[in-house]
Design a protein around this ligand. Structure first.
Ligand SMILES: [Zn+2]
Length: 446
């Protein structure tokens, strides 16, 4: 494949696909949609039944807009058809299974044929190329290896590019720091929260990442994160951070990723067709309006998902991007509706709280949100956040004033009163993968 270098260090992995004129892309998407609906209808009884219930036959799908006639797929459909009910191929054609770690109920199971694996490698190679990764890079992969799609998804893309992959996974944090230096690592990837654990461990050992490491680029995702966390990661490592997006149901990482403009994430829409709908009515929203993101997998063989409701709230951006890619971009995800808390009737995303905390110097991105309810009482919201060493040295009076100011800012941002607890450095738990931000004790009290 030919690699044309654009501005910054990023380049376009597959110019034919990624800069395709809109009319050609629409024609390709239409043809793939028609094929995929036919496959789903012929091979997945779940979809045949859903289409028949709506009185839709695959031949009714002639143009892209006809997609609105198709039924939605929701997370619960994975549970009712668990484990293989949505697969469109016999298991002997499935070469890989991944599953999301459901905290309640059965996990979401995703199967991949050889062709699905090749497509996954391709979209992840596009992701890394956008950040300038080439065969000359050494990529240390903090994403967890296993059923979680993060580790092996990032692995296959970096390997396809020809980068030297260090498959260390999450954990062994002191060794991460040592190997990063010894191996001359130039690119990293992982959850943003664990990446900061690595940075903190390095700092604890007196290792200055900026001067001792060669890391210049990082790819972070699998949990919502703010611009504040991006700045912290960039400053600590001296790297350029790229937001990447994906979900197990659709493929894993590789659904969308930032280019070096960092103005939204380019969706690989030749494989994953996006729509934004009103979550209440299910109607498609006009371009630029925020709503629930929905994906149809246009090329997946094992799992031909139709109109999968992600529960992520974003708007799509169709204006031209200076990088030259013609694909639509999605805004950064503020939070999944699953992560949304309802406290005293108010909707709260953890990232809203993170934004307030990180606007105060002296506070870190190590925070936790506790919600509790005593019998017949109102919900109580408590935010625990660690201070950094510098603030700790300033002592009680400064910390007290900061606490009052954070409480007020949270009241402004959320519209309700939270108890703010500024904790000692290294007081809160650390995670090796996706961080647990919310402890909801109301559910335990049941
Ligand atoms: Zn771009």
């Amino acid at each position: 494949m030919n690699q044309s270098v654009t501005e910054s260090q990023g380049y376009i992995w597959n110019p034919l696909a990624e800069t395709m004129p809109r009319a050609e892309l629409t024609a390709l998407q239409t043809q793939r949609l028609r094929q995929q609906v036919t496959r789903a209808y012929e091979r997945v009884p779940f979809y045949r039944q859903a289409l028949e219930q709506r009185g839709v036959h695959p031949e009714d799908i002639r143009a892209l807009d006809d997609i609105e006639r198709l039924p939605f797929t929701v997370k619960d459909d994975f549970r009712t058809t668990y484990p293989y009910g949505l697969f469109a191929v016999p298991l002997k054609e499935v070469v890989r299974l991944h599953a999301s770690s459901g905290t309640t109920g059965k996990p979401v199971v995703s199967g991949y044929t050889r062709a699905d694996m090749a497509m996954w490698g391709e979209v992840m190679a596009r992701t890394f190329a956008a950040g300038g990764v080439t065969a000359d890079d050494i990529f240390q992969n903090f994403y967890g290896y296993g059923l979680f799609t993060g580790g092996l998804g990032a692995h296959i893309g970096a390997e396809l590019i020809g980068a030297t992959v260090v498959p260390i996974s999450g954990g062994l944090t002191r060794r991460q720091v040592q190997l990063m230096e010894d191996f001359g690592v130039t690119a990293i990837g992982g959850t943003p929260s664990y990446t900061l654990v690595v940075a903190e461990t390095a700092a604890g050992e007196g290792v200055d990442l900026r001067s001792r490491m060669k890391v210049r680029v990082g790819f972070f995702g699998a949990e919502p994160w703010t611009e504040g966390m991006r700045r912290e990661i960039e400053e600590r490592f001296g790297l350029e951070a790229f937001d990447i997006y994906g979900l197990t149901e659709v493929i894993g990482p590789g659904v969308a990723a930032e280019c070096s403009q960092h103005q939204g994430l380019h969706i690989n829409e030749d494989h994953f067709y996006p729509e934004v709908i009103d979550p209440e009515s299910g109607k498609r929203l006009p371009d630029g309006e925020a709503g629930e993101l929905v994906f149809t997998c246009l090329t997946r063989e094992a799992l031909p998902l139709l109109r999968y409701r992600t529960r992520d709230r974003v708007a799509l951006l169709h204006d031209a991007c200076p990088c030259g890619r013609t694909s639509v971009r999605m805004q950064r995800v503020r939070g999944r509706t699953d992560d949304m808390l309802i406290v005293r009737g108010v909707n709260i995303f953890p990232t809203q709280i993170e934004q307030v905390l990180l606007s105060h110097p002296g506070l870190t991105s190590n925070y936790q949100i506790l919600v509790d309810r005593q019998r017949d009482q109102l919900d109580e919201l408590e935010v625990q956040v660690e201070m950094d060493e510098a603030l700790h040295d300033k002592g009680g009076e400064v910390i007290g004033a900061l606490q009052a100011s954070v409480t007020e800012d949270l009241r402004q941002a959320l519209g309700l009163q939270a108890h703010v607890l500024i904790a000692e450095p290294y007081h809160l738990p650390r995670s090796e993968g996706k961080v647990k931000r919310v402890v909801d004790r109301r559910q335990l009290a049941g």
